[in-house]
Design a protein around this ligand. Structure first.
Ligand code: SAH
Length: 215
């Protein structure tokens, strides 16, 4: 398959970035990352025309590619720095992982749906994101073999933050995670201030698909 990113896509992307900026995201590094990632290549062609609208879209297996505003919001809260080791729970389409890679992060991403894992693992290197490491597994367990992480981003909703994720965060590290029930969650940022001391800040409401256990 051939992947095309033409002037029309680039133009739509610039408009999307302006729309996200208008909604209150002023972090220029995040906006630049959004401007670089060819979002239309992460979904099936049917959505090609509307994929640069600021909305979520269905992918396979009842899952979604997050709304660009949501991706920008989470990425901004994460305060990623170049070279950071970042764990993402919920690879989905791979779009959020690509945005993190554009920010200079070393991305490790976990997906529990085998089909999505396989599809995204194949896609990412083909469109230039060969440094992202994809894993098939249950995000409730994190990725102990590669821990600790500077940052952890959870892109599915949890009632309770999995204990493994607390443990796999570096001291001084931060985790951004939507916490709440099925219909709405509050975005939270958790900082590991010491070995056994965590701080939590909460932000706006969002609606994510649930994080399910097992694979
Ligand atoms: N970050 C994605 C959006 C993901 S939607 C993107 O940019 O496209 C949430 C994803 O989390 C879904 O693909 C879902 O299958 C996955 N998921 C849900 N529970 C999980 C778990 N326990 N471990 C890993 N992935 C999980």
């Amino acid at each position: 398959m051939e992947y095309i990113d033409n002037y029309r896509h680039k133009g739509l992307r610039r408009e999307l970035v302006e729309a996200v900026r208008d909604k209150g995201i002023e972090d220029q590094e995040v906006l630049d990352a959004l401007n670089h990632v060819p979002r239309h290549l992460f979904v099936d062609n049917v959505f090609d025309r509307r994929i640069y609208d600021d909305t979520a879209f269905p992918i396979e297996k009842g899952q979604t590619i997050s709304q660009p505003f949501t991706v920008a919001y989470q990425t901004h809260l994460l305060q990623v720095e170049k070279g950071h080791k970042v764990l993402e729970i919920g690879t989905g389409s791979g779009y959020q992982a690509a945005v993190l890679a554009e920010m200079g992060a070393r991305v490790f991403t976990v997906e529990r749906q085998k089909r999505l894992y396989q599809k995204t693992k194949e896609l990412l290197p083909e469109i230039g994101y060969s440094t992202i490491k994809c894993f098939y597994g249950d995000g409730y367990k994190g990725l102990p073999a590669f821990s600790p992480f500077n940052r952890i981003i959870v892109t599915a909703a949890v009632y309770d933050v999995p204990g493994a994720l607390f443990q796999q965060l570096k001291v001084g590290g931060q985790m951004v995670v939507p916490i709440g029930g099925d219909f709405s969650q509050k975005m939270a940022r958790i900082t590991r201030v010491a070995d056994d001391d965590f701080d939590q800040e909460t932000f706006e409401e969002f609606r994510f698909v649930p994080m399910l256990s097992g694979k």
